[in-house]
Design a protein. Sequence first.
Lengths: 288, 349
Amino acid sequence: MIAPGSTRFRPTKRSAAGPLRTEPAPVRCLIIAIAGAFLFVFLVLPLFTVFQQAFSRGIGPYVEAIRDPDAIAAIQLTLLVAFMSVAANLAFGLVAAWAITRFEFRGKSLLMTLIDLPFSVSPVIAGLVFVLLFGAQGFFGAFLQEHDIAIIFAVPGIVLATMFVTFPFVARELIPLMQEQGLQEEEAAISLGASGLQTFFRVTLPNVKWALLYGVLLCNARAMGEFGAVSVVSGHVRGETDTMPLHIEILYDEYHFTAAFAVASLLALLALVTLVAKTVLEGQADRS
Amino acid sequence: MMIAVHNVTKRFGTFAALRGVDLEIRSGELIALLGPSGSGKTTLLRIIAGLDRPDDGEILFDGVNALTRSVAARQVGFVFQHYALFRHMTVFENVAFGLRVRKGKQRLPETEIRSRVRKLLDLVQLSWLAERYPNQLSGGQRQRVALARALAIEPRVLLLDEPFGALDAKVRKELRRWLRGLHEEIHVTSVFVTHDQEEALELADRVVVIDKGRIEQVGTPRDVYENPATPFVHEFIGETIATPITIENGVVSYAGATIGLDNQGVRDGKATLFVRPYDMAVVPVGEATFAGRVARIHGLGPARRIEVALHSDPGGIVEVDLPRTSAVSTGEQIGLRPRQYRIFASPAE
């Protein structure tokens, strides 16, 4: 999974003369070896173990574990939650980035700080906040019960908690880029007679599309993998409010190791796909 | 189109960018807004375009209030300092943008758009780059694309913000001449902002000198150079020797001695004498306004630059330009007297 607040790695451009090296060759090798070993032990080995465990009893039990109705329900729920929170955060991210980079207003720096809040708050607390707000004893609890609306221990709660946790990803990708690009192109479009919407769709959006996709990608990866916040609000109703990470935990706790790793391998696969897509997107963004 | 600016004021927070600016721009004119950075010239341009709103005052286009109209409705072609080309569009699409965003009846058929864009690219001599992207162009080429894009909407007025600011000296000179030619060809009312006096004097029909949010002088290049209206204009345009003097009963004195210059109607009190370096003549020490020792001679070409260390002002150096033929040598004692000069009263303290 991708850690919150992960920054982009970009190869720095090498000068024509090449980097100036003062370290002797053995030192260089040692440093590279340490980095390599670290990566191997903490990233490659666990990833390998997931797949190895998943297939430890052959392909049959693997397929069976994934075709289990509860597993399918978990996968569907995860996709639904990810879709909804990505859509919401796409809209919010664009609006927030637009507001912050295009207007001067009071409380702008407060808004910037608040956008980062989900990065610094433990997801479990995020989940608890929603329980306090919408739970039976919560702030809106009586109102919700009266109108027969279920949020906590139901799908809406899971979506809300996931949205909260993934809320900074899109905005954080867009704000620095839009700040750097400035408003001149938009002013030019307006002076050429474009309406606000035309300016947005013909100038602003194409200029940020790669960063936007990148933000969506990170947001999606995090939404699918979120455990803590979702665990608090879900209620663990099998086949109804279990997302993939929750389902994996239950299977593991019940000693269904193969099944647990089979579902986990799907999430791991998602991580690998995300990694590849991320690399491709970065290439595109650098080229444009 | 005629543009009238009446008493326009603009503040950014506590900073007064424009303080009561009045200006008339005649139809078909090429006008330069010249001033140091922070003088308010770009703000004035943006207010004319509609990209900024004044706090007070009026902008009239052909006698009609422009402030109630949007940027688009004003039909201004704006060329940005850093061009602001659409980076994800080809040169062709950049120029076509203003035509493509039109709606309904105003929308031209595709063939018409294409032929118009081609004509404009011919005009700026960039047809061969139509399919390139902005980041594949040189600075001068980008500038011309920006110009073609602004002209595509057939603007009633063309506004250019530091059009040559980001270019190197040689390209700047070429492009300047080219822009002058273009203006003579299409004759659209044009206003450009610059901090480069050479650019303003060479290119413009009239120059508007701005300082600290106020217009100091409006006039032809010759006017502002030869008859500066204020001390600021004298010092900002062309080289200037400025010397503090005093006037008593109409008599001009410098460093305690009368120097036999006319007070030009300036009232008694502290004042400043302004002389161009080439308006100083070498005279016998007895008839001189300033006397000093030649400290250094340098310069090639038609004139010699002489640095004179003044007797009256230890450490003070006056730089004058003398013809190549004048027989002056380093270390020599000489007298100087201005052939032409201006005296301005010092501002009351």
